[in-house]
Design a binder for this molecule. Structure first.
Ligand code: FE
Length: 202
């Protein structure tokens, strides 16, 4: 029996900012492993890498907010909450967040709902911890659909810049010769000026 790991990439995910507070500052991180697991009562599972500062904070405090990112969330949100650690920086500096009844923050924009969770069970998964939680408060804040991981990959994450074409442009008419070097005897096919009237593309 073969295991094609790329088959697992076909599992769909949403993207969320999960917030918590370590007692001195608000924090949040980007998480894709948020999943409702039962509905009577509502329970939500959130799985967090143990290396993540929020893992320890949430394990200690037993509460978190899940902010459901909408497709309006710009790349900046991922830079602030995803690419740095709350151990070293205050991710909410320069942002005036909203607060839910549990005292934790939620993002003032770029989300379509928040869900406040209280941890009921913790499952140790070696590299990760899985928090099984009760829902204590939840509110819909907008109609824009939830950011999926696929949407992020296709529309939010910056694309690598295509390699610049080498070539020469005619200073007289703007004709572009693709290639380098420009043949010395080249004549512009549009305005018939010689190679000396071309300059390199930059
Ligand atoms: Fe020309």
């Amino acid at each position: 029996m073969a295991v094609d790991n790329t088959a697992l990439f076909k599992i769909g995910y949403g993207l969320y900012v999960v917030t918590s507070n370590d007692g001195t500052k608000d924090n949040g991180f980007v998480c894709n492993t948020v999943c409702q697991v039962t509905n009577t009562p509502n329970r939500v599972a959130v799985t967090i890498n143990k290396q993540n500062y929020s893992h320890d904070t949430i394990k200690a405090t037993g509460k978190m907010n899940v902010c459901c990112l909408s497709t309006e969330a710009p790349f900046k949100v991922f830079e602030v909450f995803g690419f740095q650690s709350g151990r070293n920086v205050n991710k909410f500096e320069g942002c005036t967040p909203m607060r839910s009844s549990n005292g934790l923050v939620y993002l003032p924009k770029y989300i379509n709902s928040f869900i406040s969770l209280e941890v009921e069970q913790y499952i140790d998964l070696d590299t990760h911890g899985m928090f099984i939680c009760a829902v204590t408060e939840a509110e819909v804040l907008g109609t824009v659909e939830t950011m999926t991981y696929n949407y992020y990959q296709s529309n939010v994450k910056p694309k690598p810049q295509p390699a610049k074409k080498k070539g020469w442009v005619c200073k007289i008419c703007g004709y572009v010769y693709e290639g380098d070097p420009l043949p010395a005897d080249f004549i512009c096919p549009l305005c018939k000026h010689p190679a000396s009237d071309f300059e390199p593309l930059d």
